[in-house]
Design a protein around this ligand. Structure first.
Ligand code: 3HC
Ligand code: NAI
Length: 664
């Protein structure tokens, strides 16, 4: 913490690297500083600002695992001092203010930020609610409706938006501290305090009076997922905002504290905090010598199919021009339509201006001549999943691309070392496994080959961040982390269905558990033909338990794309309809394999068997070093396979869920 006086104004700079978190320990530093400012008659006002290039990342998330214990000072004590102060407080905010950081600013009399600053309440993403007065002050400042929206979504807004909503008093191009000092010079020392706590909560719905409270609250509750499946914190958050409308400030604050304390001890919050920290571990590769990432200013992509085109859009969104090589004119036309359609959709939804969409579209070039890749810093191959085709492509790239270019493959299952071996630069070869649709899915598996250099890894990790992906490092093994586990999950789902449990019941159990979709709906979406082809190359992938896939493939039931797979589909619809034909096929295949039907299981047991299947492979991946940490596996499943984040990922769930549900 730094403290200095400027003509009767005490400037207190939050300085707790890396993100000025307002930890218990830091509250013990701040409280005496605020007490000293209060006691000093020469100080007429206090400016709070931040060092380390930001205001504050909020309360220290590490503190939530420990009870503060009696007498421990917390962020709430810091804020209470600001609230009770007789001096004028101004928050001078630069770059980032999140969670408790914004809550501290809300207790000040004025809030000034520099343009481009991001503000938000990410607590909900940690299974929490803003618990340092945010749920009581924000609705009083910007209205219950806007406050709920901001806090329930947990996304950041920029300073301009925050100003328009009334969260900020001023946005300046630069130098928030200078603007804060100028503001204090304009305000008469005798001017009354501008306490947000003294205001009453506006509902934020024009033309409706207080009677609308139950309506706003009931509507908010209705739109949320159930309390026991991902909505625990959200419902409590709405309860806290309701308290801001119905109770006076001190009682509302007490209600908020109680609800926060309940959440901080809850299983979903512990799981989500695990996901937060696991995500921050990802870029750290134990034992890897430190290396500098190389700048990536241009990209090449080979293949303008589903994946190549999606990857090109990722680069365009990150401001990196990309050349896509594709031999088929027809495919180029399709790819151009896909790019155009995607950007037009963004414009229609108001997410992008026409000019921006045009600029991004123009940054993707489709060509047929590989020579166009000569200057690219990185080239990603996304051609058919065939080792022969990929080897030909890598050999060609090696002769054409500049010597320091990185060559990557988007393969889902094939051996990166075999591709590296046909080049003269194996240290610059790795896998960059995007997930479909590549421009939407956050997960990126960064596959380290035997010879991949630390510099190539560092560059790939940095590139993943530039592309706004969650990059997980994987060893080079069949299916890497995600798909390798998926095959065993699929095998267990098939086993359950062969035992006589209807696919729709299995899917329902997994959806009720919180999965984005059940295993059989996933088969139909990805295409059973895709699984069939993988199985042809690697019959061990699903331990030979793929007779049903073989059967469905031979009957041309590929899934959604052919109108029938495990389920059937009405023309033009993606709604899965349970199909007695599939049940019969499972029965026949079970009989052939001597699998007895009629297993009786609860939904919890279905979940347990499927999660156990994931965990067994996960443990194997850890044992063999393919996955670096169990948290990495959790991140792969949360970001790539729709595993519910409030359950922490399969590995975390297996360790922390009630023991009667999951094997150790
Ligand atoms: N508490 C503890 N550690 C934090 C933290 C926090 N609130 N925010 C970030 N960190 C740590 C990270 O774990 C990481 O540690 P490491 O270097 O040891 O791995 C380090 O700070 C840097 O974080 P990032 O790698 O994420 O740095 P970026 O520059 O990319 O992002 C950030 C900075 C935008 C602040 C981002 O870290 C972030 O979003 N942090 C979380 C913010 C948050 O959730 N705040 C709410 C906290 S809960 C709260 O305030 C409760 C209150 O209502 C009572
Ligand atoms: P796709 O079949 O849609 O596209 C492949 C494209 O590559 C076609 O347009 C084809 O004309 C082109 N192509 C073939 N040989 C070429 C060559 N020598 N030079 C230039 N272009 C060539 O395939 P898709 O689905 O995009 O998959 C590509 C790769 O991505 C595969 O390795 C696949 O396993 C992987 N992948 C696919 C995912 C998916 O869900 N579709 C997900 C993740 C990875």
């Amino acid at each position: 913490m730094r403290s200095e006086d400027r003509a009767g104004v005490r400037v207190i700079t939050l300085d707790n690297p890396p993100v000025n978190a307002l930890s218990f320990a830091y509250a013990a530093v701040l409280c005496p500083a605020l007490d000293a400012a209060e006691a000093d008659p020469a100080v007429r006002a206090v400016v709070l600002t931040g060092a380390n290039g930001l205001f504050s990342g909020g309360a220290d998330i590490n503190d939530f695992t420990s009870d503060p214990g009696p007498g421990t000072l917390t962020i709430r004590d810091v804020i209470a001092r600001v609230e009770q102060s007789a001096k004028t407080y101004v928050a001078a905010i630069e770059k980032t203010a999140l969670g408790g950081g914004v809550e501290l600013a809300l207790a000040c009399d004025y809030r000034i930020a520099t343009a481009g600053t991001k503000l938000g309440f990410p607590e909900i993403k940690l299974g929490l609610l803003p618990g340092a007065g945010g749920t009581q002050r924000l609705p009083r400042l910007i209205g219950a409706q806007d406050a709920l929206q901001l806090m329930l979504k947990g996304d950041n807004i920029d300073a301009g938006d925050a100003l328009a909503k009334g969260l900020l008093d001023e946005v300046v191009p630069a130098d928030a501290l200078g603007a804060a000092l100028a503001l204090i010079a304009r305000v008469a020392p005798s001017a009354p305090k501008r306490r947000v706590s003294a205001r009453s909560t506006e509902l934020g719905i024009k033309g409706l009076g207080l009677f609308a409270t139950p309506f706003v609250v009931a509507q908010a509750h209705k739109m949320l997922p159930p309390e026991d499946n991902g909505g625990f914190a959200a419902h409590k958050l709405v309860d806290a905002v309701e308290a801001s409308i119905e109770l006076d400030f001190p009682r509302g604050l007490a209600r908020e504290f109680r609800l926060f304390d309940e959440l901080v001890r809850s299983a979903p919050s512990a799981a989500l905090r695990h996901v937060f920290f696991a995500e921050r571990e990802l870029g750290k590769i134990p034992g890897m010598p430190p290396a500098q990432a190389k700048p990536i200013a241009s990209a090449g992509i080979v293949g303008a199919g589903t994946m190549g085109t999606g990857i090109a859009i990722c680069f365009a969104n990150a401001g990196i021009p990309a050349v896509v090589i594709e031999p088929s004119d027809e495919q180029i036309e399709r790819a151009k339509q896909m790019v155009f359609g995607m950007f037009a959709h963004q414009v229609q939804r108001g997410r992008m201006t026409q000019e921006e969409a045009w600029k991004r579209g123009q940054s993707i070039r489709f060509e047929s001549d590989y020579a166009e890749l000569a200057q690219a810093d990185v080239v990603i191959e996304a051609v058919f999943e065939s080792m022969d085709v990929k080897k030909t492509v890598f050999a060609k790239l090696d002769t054409i691309c500049k010597p320091d270019a990185i060559l990557a493959s988007n393969t889902s299952t094939l051996d990166i070392d075999a591709m590296a071996a046909v080049t003269t630069r194996p240290a610059q070869v790795l896998g960059l496994h995007f997930f479909a649709p590549a421009n939407i899915m956050k997960l990126l598996e960064i596959v380290r080959g035997n010879a991949t250099s630390p510099e190539t890894m560092a560059t790939a990790i940095a590139l993943g961040k530039t592309l706004r992906k969650v990059g997980v490092v994987s060893g080079n093994a069949f299916g890497f982390i995600g798909n390798r586990m998926l095959f065993d999950y699929a095998r267990e789902a098939i086993q359950l269905a062969e035992e006589g449990i209807a696919p729709e019941r299995i899917d329902r159990a997994m959806k009720n558990f919180g999965m984005a979709m059940g295993p059989f709906a996933m088969f139909d979406l990805s295409g059973l033909d895709v699984f069939w082809h993988i199985e042809q190359g690697r019959p061990d992938a699903m331990h030979g338990r793929t007779r049903i896939i073989d059967r469905l493939y031979r009957e041309k039931r590929f899934g959604q794309k052919s109108g029938a797979g495990i389920y059937r589909y009405e023309k033009g619809s993606r709604e899965p309809i349970p199909d007695p034909v599939t049940l019969e096929l499972f029965r026949e295949e079970a009989a052939k394999a001597g699998v007895a039907q009629g297993t009786v299981v609860t939904d919890d047991e279905i979940v347990k068997r499927l999660v156990d299947a994931l965990v067994a492979v996960g443990n194997e991946l850890l044992r063999t070093g393919i996955a670096l940490r169990s948290g990495d596996i959790d991140i792969v499943y949360v970001y790539g396979y729709g595993f519910p984040p409030h359950r922490g990922g399969p590995m975390w769930y297996a360790e922390h869920a009630p023991k009667e549900l999951v094997h150790a």
